[in-house]
Design a binder for this molecule. Structure first.
Ligand code: G4P
Length: 279
């Protein structure tokens, strides 16, 4: 069977270099994951990439998951990674105060260390990182909305980096760090395609919708559409092409869109409990 996702290695090395350059400027990192993929939307070697930086992990798009199920994941990831994990919902601007407070706490030891060397207290600097489409920009926008104090580029930084002051203790880099996709196993790649974290050029809508319908609970799909396969859904919804045949492409696009917007239901697609040795 051919691969589901066709990978274009692109400019991974360049993207990693840029990320490392941004990382060198901050005291702590907010890693944004898609709450529907608490495992699959993280980077295989995130601690290798981020080094010693303290990390706040956000399971964003929490509105698209069941709170009870998400709570279990939060506890499991916290135990595995040894960093705080919070649910976040950037769409509805929830949980922002908790994020700001936690991020400042995580950065504090580095501020204290600098002060112990005789330097004056300075605001902590943080940045947001994550895979495409997990909600990095939305989070930055929400965090900075109430505070538009640009603090300007820092001396010694070659690339122009813009900081926004969130409060007197905290400054946020206004561009997110994009974690480049590496060749992932096909199961993981499929899940990332379902949540729109993979370029749409890399797969066909039909193959993605088909694979999605295979893993969603059939009763939920049936409840929403009155069918469980692309063909049946097309007929049930009257999405037909010429000659009355099911319009497969149009149906596939709708199924993916309905899933991504949470209309079919609230699902976490990774499997609990956490497999050992991941991450
Ligand atoms: P990125 O920077 O990581 O690439 O992601 P970005 O913030 O651009 O968000 C990607 C999409 O996810 C956007 O939808 C955004 O609105 C949505 N999103 C972000 N956070 C949340 C959340 O907590 N819950 C939900 N349900 N959606 C969220 P879009 O359709 O591309 O744009 P828009 O029409 O919503 O603006």
């Amino acid at each position: 069977m051919p691969d589901f996702i066709h990978w274009y290695p692109g400019h991974i090395a360049k993207a990693e270099r840029k990320l490392k350059e941004q990382l060198s400027l901050v005291d702590a990192v907010i890693e944004v994951l898609d709450a529907r993929l608490p495992l699959s939307s993280s980077y295989e070697n995130i601690s290798g990439l981020l080094g010693e930086k303290p990390r706040l992990i956000l399971l964003n798009k929490s509105d698209l998951t069941e709170p009870k199920e998400l709570k279990k994941w939060i506890a499991a990831i916290e135990a595995r990674e040894g960093f705080p994990v919070l649910a976040s919902d950037a769409k509805h601007s929830k949980d922002l105060n908790a994020i700001v407070k936690k991020a400042a706490e995580l950065a504090e030891p580095r501020i204290q260390a600098a002060m112990a060397k005789g330097l004056l207290r300075r605001p902590a600097r943080i940045m947001v990182v994550g895979m495409p489409n997990v909600g990095k920009s939305s989070i930055i926008n929400k965090l900075t909305r109430s505070s538009k104090t640009k603090t300007g580029a820092r001396a010694g930084v070659t690339r122009q980096q813009q900081w926004v002051r969130i409060n007197p203790q905290l400054e946020l880099l206004d561009t997110p760090g994009i974690i480049p996709m590496r060749q992932a196993d096909q199961q993981r790649a499929k899940k990332l395609a379902f949540v729109n974290s993979v370029s749409e050029n890399a797969y066909s809508n039909e193959a993605a919708a088909h694979a999605l319908l295979e893993i969603l609970p059939a009763e939920k799909v049936n409840e929403y559409y009155g069918g469980t396969t692309i063909e049946d859904i097309a007929k049930a919804r009257n999405w037909l092409a010429s000659g009355g045949k099911p319009d497969i492409e149009r149906t596939a696009v709708y199924v993916l869109k309905d899933f991504r917007e949470g209309r079919i239901g609230k699902f976490i697609l990774d499997t609990f409990p956490l497999p050992l040795g991941e991450g």
